[in-house]
Design a protein around this ligand. Structure first.
Ligand SMILES: *Cc1c(COP(=O)(O)O)cnc(C)c1O
Length: 648
């Protein structure tokens, strides 16, 4: 028997000892696995110790240098590397785990290959959607959080890193009037859709509390009320939680503001109330993705007071889907009358209006915040923030696992959706809030609005182009381009309002022009071509921005407005970028109108199982695959004289 102190000081006697030399190295005769282990322990992991030679930092430096070398010189294209064709997914099902260990250099080289051709979100010509580049503090936070791979499930593992979740929650709570940081608290989760799922679950557990829905399942067709312009996460969450998508009740939107129409909400509440149907939640969108409509939460709250749920059901919850709009909260304390930052007057007015509307999230029971959208943080960094965390916990608590010990006082794993979680999202959000401060956020947001304004001003001077969401404040500019001899304003007015066969034909013709122009721009970008010394931009188009004024029942899907889109979220975009964008759009339009076919990008097929075409409908008798066009509208949904769709 070895004495205890001996077994602690060195390798055990006997077999294992015989494998090692006196200096600790492995004997040549030792079994192969020990040799491989030697490779792993000496080079696969960062050293657990300081003060010993460790190549990790220089390896990171070297890998990062190679990644950065894939960026283009100024004026170059908006993608990484030199292989700009469409991604080739034709043989992904052939992948196998290699037999042998590899070198880090080889793996890094393989990884870098995956970055070939990828769009560079920090490039000024990259304006397709809500795809903001990540800031430095957040990237370092991601690396740090992953360095020791702490599990965020509880304090015992992630220790003080858990503060990032609690402190971020407190920092955001402090921006919401009337919310109390000693009561409100949040959880980081997998996205704005995750926050939405949390919200619907919270509401179900609360409203159906007496029905024990957590044990019995959801057995009540309670309703989720959400504006028809709300995000399609409404479908994900009702579907995946088993409530069912047919329990979504769309609330019509106001033609001018795009916000939830209170008259329609009242009518729906009256009807539900009369029929004794409980409302689970009202979802208010604080900034829709394209039109940036903001629902009046205060009025919603007042209406809910008027229409209590049937007895046996608790009050409906209000959830604010503020995943895009939250960042306007950072204007807290900004003196709009003095405008110390010198923001363009019309923009500071806009910001002030938005800010005042966003402040109404104080009436919500919970709020969703995406840092990966208007927070310039990597994916997926979303905070579900409950106004009354103890209540959320008491509704959602579950017994801990026998092998988890609750060694510290913070154990979010007892009520979070996920079990294991990464510390990276919370740490990167936390670091970013500290790095940017209120002023940094105010400036990045202002910049998006100033650049959108630049684009709109440039469009105004173009007789063949028109901004079609002039009345939408904020981030996105949607615009249409017409042939050289067409006055955009007159033509668009006609397309929008005239209910005649001729006008419909014109509308369709120009819709096709928008689509083909977008396709030409896409070809320009992805073929790596230079035209007049310029590379193509990464923009996109929407085929469902709004309906026409005369037709909104979507029965005739021809009567929708297509538009090209600019979402200028990165700080590298300048006035010149926008001039260049407009120039490029005109070139692309001319390519389309020249009649020459737009060259096809070399097609790269995708292999099975990904290539297998599935039937559109979910299966059985259900119609789960159906999509109403109104569900997918990104902006105004037109006048609402003849709405159709799922009623109550
Ligand atoms: C993006 C978005 C979502 C979904 O959020 P993810 O982070 O993409 O999961 C939900 N609601 C709105 C209004 C959004 O813009």
């Amino acid at each position: 028997m070895p004495k205890p102190h001996q077994s602690m000081n060195g390798p055990p006697d006997g077999y294992y000892k015989s494998m090692f030399r006196a200096n600790g190295r492995i004997k040549r005769t030792a079994p192969k696995w020990l040799h491989t282990r030697q490779v792993l322990s000496s080079s696969f992991f960062p050293s657990p110790y300081t003060g010993v030679a460790d190549s990790f930092r220089s390896e990171v430096d070297c890998a990062l240098a190679q990644l950065e070398a894939m960026k283009q010189v100024k004026g170059g294209p908006a993608y990484l590397g030199t292989e700009f064709g469409l991604p080739d997914y034709s043989d992904v099902n052939e992948a196998e785990i290699p037999e042998q260990v590899s070198t880090l250099q080889d793996v890094v080289a393989d990884m870098l290959e995956l970055f070939e051709g990828m769009v560079n979100t920090a490039h000024p010509l990259s304006q397709p959607n809500v795809l903001p580049p990540a800031n430095k503090a957040s990237i370092i936070a991601t690396l740090f959080a992953n360095y020791f791979s702490q599990n965020f499930i509880e304090g015992e593992y992630a220790w003080n890193l858990e503060k990032a979740e609690m402190e971020t929650s407190a920092m955001i709570t402090r921006l919401i009037p009337g919310w109390d940081p000693s009561k409100a608290g949040g959880l980081f989760t997998y996205g704005g859709s995750g926050c939405y799922l949390y919200a619907v679950k919270y509401a179900l557990a609360h409203v159906l509390q007496l029905h024990d829905s957590r044990l019995n399942g959801v057995r009540t067709d309670g309703k989720i009320l959400v504006s028809q312009q709300g995000h399609y996460a409404k479908m994900n969450s009702t579907d995946w939680l088993g409530l069912g998508m047919d329990n979504i009740v769309d609330i019509e939107t106001d033609d001018d503001t795009n916000a939830m129409d209170m008259k329609d909400l009242r009518e729906k509440l009256v009807e539900l109330n009369t029929n004794n149907i409980p409302v689970i939640a009202v979802i208010c969108t604080m900034g829709t993705t394209d039109a940036f409509a903001i629902d009046p939460v205060d009025e919603v709250a007042a209406l809910l007071d008027e229409f209590p749920n049937p007895s046996g059901y608790n009050r409906p919850l209000i959830y604010c889907d503020a995943v895009i709009g939250w960042s306007f909260l950072t204007f807290k304390g900004y003196d709009f009358s003095k405008n110390p930052a010198g923001i363009t007057k019309s923009i500071s007015d806009t910001i002030e209006q938005i800010y005042n509307k966003i402040l109404k999230i104080q009436y919500a029971d919970a709020v969703g915040v995406d840092f990966h959208k208007t927070g310039w943080v990597p994916y997926a960094t979303s905070l579900f923030l409950a106004k009354d965390l103890p209540k959320f916990k008491s509704l959602m608590n579950r017994p801990g696992a026998v092998y988890l010990n609750e060694r510290t006082e913070y154990n979010p794993g007892l009520y979070s959706l996920e079990v294991s979680r990464s510390a990276a999202p919370a740490l990167s959000a936390w670091a970013t809030l500290r790095y940017f401060g209120l002023q940094g956020f105010q400036t990045t947001i202002t910049n998006v609005l100033e650049m959108s304004l630049c684009l709109r001003e440039i469009l105004k001077a173009e007789p063949n182009m028109i901004c079609v969401n002039e009345e939408d404040t904020a981030f996105v500019t949607l615009f249409r381009v017409y042939p050289d001899d067409v006055d955009a304003e007159t033509r668009y007015e006609r397309e929008l309002t005239e209910d005649s066969e001729e006008a419909r034909d014109l509308l369709e013709e120009s819709n096709i022009l928008q689509q083909k122009t977008a396709d030409a721009l896409w070809w320009w970008l992805r073929s790596g071509s230079q035209i007049d010394g310029m590379y193509g931009p990464h923009t996109t188009y929407t085929s469902g921005f709004r309906t026409t004024d005369y037709q909104d029942d979507m029965g005739n899907s021809r009567a929708v407005i297509y538009a090209l889109k600019s979402f200028p979220l990165n700080v590298n975009i300048t006035y010149e970028t926008m001039l260049g964008l407009v120039k490029r759009v005109k070139i692309a339009r001319d390519m389309v109108l020249s009649g020459e076919p737009i060259p096809e990008l070399p097609h790269t097929p995708i292999c099975p199982p990904y290539s297998v075409v599935v039937p559109e409908v979910g299966g059985g008798k259900s119609d789960a695959g159906r999509t109403r066009i109104t569900d997918m509208m990104s902006g105004v949904v037109g006048s609402r004289k003849k709405r159709h769709g799922r009623g109550i």
